[in-house]
Design a protein around this ligand. Structure first.
Ligand code: NAI
Length: 677
């Protein structure tokens, strides 16, 4: 046995002349294919070409997984198209040399295998995945505003067929080991302990390499491609506007024009090089970094919970408890009686079945979620989350009761959506231990959690809360306790402006259309109905009572008539089978522009005020929060990134114009001058 090591790769040649090529990127938690890693890979390839081994196995030494993809940092600095093109061609040539090795090549995959990692695996003759829930394989480049560039579009469409491969690339979806096996991405999935033996056996026995199926060849024939491409474009158009998200369209064009052609590789590289320079890709890459920064901020503490005690099994508490149990924690769930806990358990069972599928895993998750009306879990829990009625006195009464019963080191959290933390904490002996964990509804879908702190909150407590949030696979955003915190405060003026427009008689469908055209995932009128007009009204009343402003009468009128939105079957829209009945909205471009400006300027103005008041630490974190909690047009990079593309003078005029027309709602915040000077 011989071993050679360079900075990131280790090459072991065993007694059977099989080369085991280990990637272990130095100074990094995860393996990425940075340019240095690729240059070293070239050195390894050179040795393999000289050495003629019996077989090559590529594997990762990182516990987190195989390879997370190319090093995205390198793409955020480079925008010179020709330089990027040359680099991509270089990487493609390495994978072609890997594919051309005269011996069998096997990729052994555990944990994450994404983007460039999957493309490397596709250049191997065989792929073996570990049969564990954390094995995830995919080509998610579309989420960064590009598409695969290291031969991934060519090899995946050939191996999996255009229907499956295009679906995978267009959605950017990650697949489990078994799903990957089903579509043919993995040749074998095996338990971790059999992984190395599986590779040895493949190299000894050389089973037939998976070939392109006849049907896949047929679907890629020149006369068939335009039809399929048309279908794909139609699907994509429902989700992504071409002006905002050019990448999926470029991918379809590439396949339609060049599938099967000798120069598809070259065209793939050209297309990616072009896309990387677009604002859309640069902003989506920024969003990717913002997400990473939020996770990084959670690393300031090593706090890890085993047991969570949730008080209040209503809409929020029940779902928070369920989510924590789904993430593997032991959860005790307290309410005033067992009957009040039962509906939450029913919802939990449904979610576990949907997410976990296997009966064994569902049963285990149900076992972790323990109804606890007599609060036996309180004294043992590492984290206590209060989610009872939104009433200061009721909450304070509860805190007085529980403070002597919980451990000194227990993280004490409240899910209050509006009560200032300092007021809540007044009843505690140690108010500095109380922190807000503001989850959003529905808990299962919303990634963001606001970590709310008062001036006197202990810093360690804030960091522990962020670490706990990350532990349960949510994104923590630290915010100062102030009315509406950050997200509701910035979103509410946008929703209220939409309500004012409905009150003026503007068609709700047109308002939503204008907002979606701007890039929002859903229009504000439909969103308000979905959140519940009663909830919007109560948040709006709290905010206006602290910050001034007016709640549109229409909101009060609708709520008092029982029209609370989707849940009552009628709000601003009428609902049939859970869907809003929308009339065909017109195409008045001038009006659409005005609607967009009214909505977005109110949102931006509040964002500027929050930043000026220090509700959130930085522009980056504000952008991240708004994107991950509200879906604010990701291709813009977030509200403040978008704001920086505007001209101060133009905006001043627009504010003045709107202020004259619509009353004092459009008072430009003082912070604009500093941001756009
Ligand atoms: P809910 O009314 O659905 O549930 C409250 C639950 O608390 C009820 O089951 C009630 O029996 C229980 N409860 C009340 N007093 C209790 C006590 N002393 N001991 C034990 N259990 C008690 O309310 P929801 O909507 O779940 O709200 C809970 C908290 O979450 C509130 O502070 C609310 O502001 C906050 N929140 C609500 C959101 C929403 O969209 N509903 C979003 C984010 C936060």
């Amino acid at each position: 046995m011989t071993e050679q090591q360079i900075q990131h790769w280790r090459m072991i040649t065993d007694d059977e002349n099989v080369v085991w090529l280990h990637l272990d990127k130095s100074d990094a938690h995860v393996n990425t294919l940075s340019s240095v890693v690729m240059q070293e890979f070239e050195q390894m390839l050179h040795r393999l070409e000289q050495q003629t081994p019996t077989g090559v196995v590529i594997l990762s030494d990182k516990s987190s997984g195989f390879i997370a993809g190319a090093d995205v940092h390198e793409f955020s600095d480079r925008t010179d198209e020709d330089e990027i093109f040359a680099y991509i061609r270089y990487c493609q040539s390495l994978f072609e040399r890997l594919q051309a090795l005269p011996c069998p090549s096997v990729a052994l995959i555990h944990g994450y295998c994404m983007g460039g990692g999957t493309e490397l695996a596709l250049a191997c003759q065989y792929r073996v995945g570990v049969d564990e829930p954390d094995t995830r394989i995919g080509l998610p480049e579309i989420r960064l505003g590009i598409h695969p560039g290291y031969g991934g579009t060519v090899r995946s469409t050939r191996l999996l067929g255009p229907l499956t491969a295009m679906d995978m690339m267009l959605t950017g979806r990650a697949l489990s080991a078994r799903a990957g096996k089903r579509i043919g991405l993995f040749d074998y999935v095996v338990p971790q302990r059999h992984l190395h033996n599986a590779a040895r056996r493949i190299i000894q026995q050389r089973p037939p390499v998976r070939k392109t199926k006849a049907l896949h060849k047929m679907l890629s024939l020149r006369p068939v491609r335009p039809l399929l491409a048309w279908q794909l474009r139609k699907q994509v158009m429902k989700k992504a506007d071409k002006n905002h998200y050019p990448a999926p369209y470029a991918l379809i064009d590439l396949w339609e024009k060049y599938a099967g052609a000798d120069d598809m590789m070259k065209q793939e590289a050209r297309s990616v090089a072009r896309l990387i320079g677009t604002n859309s890709a640069q902003n989506l890459i920024r969003v990717f970094f913002l997400q990473a920064a939020m996770k990084e901020a959670a690393r300031q503490s090593s706090f890890k919970a085993g047991h969570v005690h949730v008080i209040g099994a209503g809409a929020m508490g029940g779902d928070i408890a369920t989510w924590c149990a789904l993430q593997g924690l032991t959860v005790t769930l307290q309410d005033q009686s067992a009957e009040r806990i039962a509906p939450a358990l029913g919802r939990a069972a449904r979610l576990f079945r949907k997410k976990l599928k296997s009966t064994r895993l569902v049963t285990a998750a149900m076992d972790r979620l323990i109804p606890d009306p007599d609060r036996h879990g309180l004294g043992r829990a590492d984290v206590v989350i209060e989610a009872i009625f939104e009433d200061l006195e009721v909450k304070q009464q509860l805190f007085r009761e529980i403070e002597p019963l919980i451990r000194d080191d227990t993280l004490l959290c409240t899910n209050t959506s509006s009560i200032p933390l300092q007021e809540l904490g007044e009843c505690l002996h140690r108010p500095q231990r109380l922190v807000g964990l503001h989850f959003f509804n529905p808990v299962e879908k919303m990634q963001l959690v606001e970590i709310v702190h008062a001036d006197n909150t202990d810093n360690n407590v804030i960091n522990n809360a962020a670490a706990f949030t990350k532990q349960i696979a949510k994104l923590p955003l630290k915010v100062k306790s102030s009315p509406g915190f950050l997200i509701n405060r910035v979103l509410m003026p946008y929703l209220l402006e939409a309500a004012f427009m409905v009150q003026e008689g503007i068609d709700p469908g047109l308002i939503d259309k204008a907002s979606v055209r701007f890039g929002m995932p859903m229009g504000p009128v439909e969103l308000a109905d979905k959140v519940g007009l009663d909830i919007c009204l109560s948040v709006a009343e709290i905010l206006t009572s602290h910050l001034g402003g007016k709640v549109p009468d229409i909101l009060n009128d609708y709520v008092s008539s029982g029209y609370t939105g989707l849940k009552s079957g009628r709000g601003f829209y009428e609902y049939r089978k859970g869907k809003p009945v929308k009339h065909r909205a017109g195409e008045d471009n001038e009006l659409i522009r005005t609607i967009q400006d009214r909505l977005i300027l109110r949102l931006l103005n509040e964002a500027v005020a929050c930043l000026r008041e220090g509700v959130v630490d930085s522009e980056d974190m504000l952008d991240a929060g708004m994107i991950f909690a509200t879906g604010f047009a990701p291709f813009t990079g977030g509200p403040l990134k978008y704001l920086h593309s505007l001209k101060l003078e133009n905006q001043k005029q627009r504010f003045e114009e709107f202020n004259k027309k619509y009353g004092g709602r459009f008072e430009m915040d003082a912070g604009w001058n500093k941001l756009l000077c």
